[in-house]
Design a protein around this ligand. Structure first.
Ligand code: WTA
Length: 648
């Protein structure tokens, strides 16, 4: 499986990216390792618009993380919108900042000057609605420019945004509103995606029902549908933003002031609100965006993620805008109106850098090459992928068919927690290999460990950890630092544990193998098995449930549910639909169970712990390779489960 011939890099002399070859990469990595403070202070002082330049680098360490969050650049002050907007006005005022392509193909170009004005007006409007520095605002929107404008407007005030992906349900939205104590909710009447409407305002209303937290709901009109209205609480965007004050001074924030809270799923319990702070996050966002993608002034850069996920935060909004790039926001899907949509956009907008996910690449590859080849892709230079392991076949299709063998593929490994890319080729310095995220960026010291904590040196396989802090990492979990410490530093004290498994080859290249915990990655959407299980047991007829992932050819992972019904509860024909409705209500439209198997009981140890290893094996179709099941309280249950395996 391991391809032996690395694809040679293409070096360009005019690159503003300092890392143009492997030699330079090693030199930068070495410096960032030996002198992280010096390296990152120099980087941030040069590339971030500080109001007060920082003089200190890292304070704190992974060893004393339990005592409190670590910090970077603690004596500096800034407002991230000055890096993303104000400083570009002179040289790039007329350059397109946001290039928006709507669901139906409509295009809006917002220059840096126009974006600056809209962000200032939105910030003034939010201030007039009562939003203050340090307070939280939830943004529950589709992929419209106003979503980015709302994020930046919060940042301008020093308020903390929490974007909730538009697919999440009312219940999930309510949980997040409560957890972060948001008082303002920004939404739209409906979102449009793939020709379908998504009733965001209706869901937001349901989330706010009986809640006293939310004082104001700011509503953007996207489709013009009639929506429910709560007088005194609800305010139209078009009534207040265009007339709000054009000037809004950027509020100074300490480097460690929170910029946003973003919720993500873990192995247990409800999603955690990861906190990213202004100085370190922006430093990492702009650095990684500029180097990994080898950004040029004339680039048309397109990350086709959703702003509801970390990829959208870092690589649609903050990274590209801090770098003065033209960043595309895409409202639709890769297959609407047909599987040529991305390549049609590449031709029309002359996109030079495209960043997408393996699940989209696999889905498009399955539709045949003609959808790609009928469009001119000669503008493309760098092709990125993120979100899940990319299988070598999909990588090659991306390289050969989409990129015509000319483009550098950057397979970028990172997480909500890491803030930005951590392991990835730097185009065009790093020779690539199909299926490998290649090498750690400067500042990242990965280590593979055995479950017992022993470090694996040289080639080998293990649990992926990072040994040294870097500026972009999340500082804590909102309101629960103990949970942050327990989740990420509990496994190996003094070391950040990612939750991923990984292999390292003889050249030191990293090959991510996927999650080793109870986190599912379905079509790049991160969800906890515990969230599914709690949704399932909320159904009256369900006594117990266990959910695991299994390999899926397009989505990467599918969701497999083992369900024990209540005694006497009938297995009705619409059971699957009912169970899926529970998951949709608890989590959202993206939480779909692919296979349901009714079982007489779950395999448990004598102490009552569900043996998920066994359930995973059976779901994967390897029920004949279970190994030792003698520790089970009732081994006969395994035969029954094996016999009922659902494989379609
Ligand atoms: C997975 C998305 C393999 C990984 C940015 C990680 C990847 C989780 C890659 C984080 C990649 C992300 N190769 N696996 N290039 N990128 N992952 O928080 O399992 O939504 O832990 O952040 O996605 O998902 P999250």
């Amino acid at each position: 499986m391991e391809p032996s011939t690395p694809v040679p890099p293409r070096v360009r002399a005019d690159s503003p990216n300092p890392i143009t070859d492997l030699h330079r990469y090693r030199e930068h990595h070495g410096r960032a390792t030996a002198d992280p403070d010096g390296f990152w202070l120099a980087e941030t002082r040069l590339h971030v618009a500080w109001q007060t330049l920082p003089t200190v680098g890292l304070q704190g360490s992974f060893h004393d993380i339990a005592e409190g969050p670590l910090s970077w650049f603690a004596d500096g002050t800034l407002n991230v919108t000055e890096s993303c907007l104000d400083r570009h006005l002179e040289d790039r005022g007329d350059k397109v900042a946001i290039l928006w392509e709507g669901d139906g193909g409509e295009v809006v170009r917002l220059t840096y000057r126009a974006l600056h004005e809209q962000v200032c007006r939105a910030a003034s409007a939010l201030r007039d609605l009562g939003l203050r520095k340090g307070e939280r605002a939830i943004i529950y929107m589709g992929m419209v420019p106003e979503a980015a404008i709302a994020m930046l407007a919060c940042a301008r005030i020093g308020a903390i945004h929490s974007v909730v992906f538009g697919g999440f349900s009312a219940e999930a939205l309510r949980d997040r509103i409560r957890d972060c104590g948001a008082e303002i909710l920004i939404t739209q009447d409906q979102a449009l995606r793939g020709g379908k409407t998504i009733p965001l305002k209706q869901t937001a209303d349901a989330a706010c029902e009986g809640e006293s937290h939310i004082k104001k709901v700011l509503v953007l009109q996207r489709t013009g549908v009639k929506v429910g209205w709560t007088p005194g609480r609800d305010v139209w965007w078009h009534d207040v933003v265009p007339t709000a004050d054009r000037d809004h001074e950027a509020v100074p924030c300490d480097a460690e002031h929170p910029l946003f809270v973003l919720y993500t799923s873990g192995s247990t319990g409800k999603p955690k609100g990861l906190v990213h702070t202004c100085g370190g996050y922006l430093t990492w966002a702009q650095y990684t965006h500029r180097t990994v993608f080898d950004l040029r002034e004339e680039d048309v850069y397109a990350c086709v993620a959703d702003v509801g996920w970390i990829t959208g935060h870092t690589y649609i909004v903050y990274g590209p805008l801090a770098n003065g790039a033209t960043t595309l926001m895409f409202e639709s899907t890769p297959t609407y109106p047909d599987a040529g949509r991305y390549w049609d956009m590449v031709e029309r907008h002359k996109i030079t850098i495209l960043y997408t996910a393996p699940t989209a690449i696999r889905a498009l590859a399955a539709q045949g090459d003609a959808f790609v080849t009928q469009y001119d892709r000669s503008s493309l230079r760098v092709l990125g992928t993120v979100g899940e392991p990319i299988n070598p076949d999909a990588w090659r299709w991306y390289f050969d068919v989409v990129g015509e063998g000319r483009c550098t593929i950057v397979d970028t490994w990172w997480q909500t927690e890491t803030g930005g890319i951590c392991i990835s080729p730097i185009a065009p310095a790093t020779p690539t290999r199909a299926g490998s995220a290649t090498l750690p960026l400067p500042g990242i010291l990965p280590a593979l460990r055995t479950p017992e904590g022993r470090v694996v040196y040289g080639p080998g396989q293990g649990l992926l950890c990072i040994e040294q802090p870097w500026p972009g990492q999340a500082r804590t979990v909102w309101g629960d630092h103990e949970r942050f410490v327990g989740t990420y530093f509990g496994m190996f004290p003094g070391v950040y544990f990612t939750g991923d498994g990984c292999r390292r080859d003889t050249d030191g290249y990293y090959w991510i193998t996927g999650r080793v915990d109870d986190v599912l990655n379905v079509a790049g959407h991160r969800m906890g098995t515990a969230e599914f299980e709690s949704a399932l047991v909320s159904a009256d007829q369900v006594a117990e449930a266990a959910v695991v992932g299994y390999p899926h050819p397009i989505k990467g992972q599918g969701v497999y549910a083992y369900v024990v019904l209540q005694p006497g509860a009938p297995a009705t024909d619409d059971l699957d639909a009912q169970l899926n409705a529970c998951c949709r209500a608890a989590i959202g439209a993206h939480a779909r169970i692919d296979r349901v198997q009714l079982v007489p009981g779950l395999p448990k140890t004598r102490s009552g712990k569900v043996m998920r290893r066994i359930l995973r094996k059976i779901a994967e179709g390897q029920g004949d390779q279970l190994g030792d099941v003698s520790t089970l309280a009732d081994p006969s249950v395994v035969d029954a489960i094996r016999a009922g395996w659902v494989d379609e």
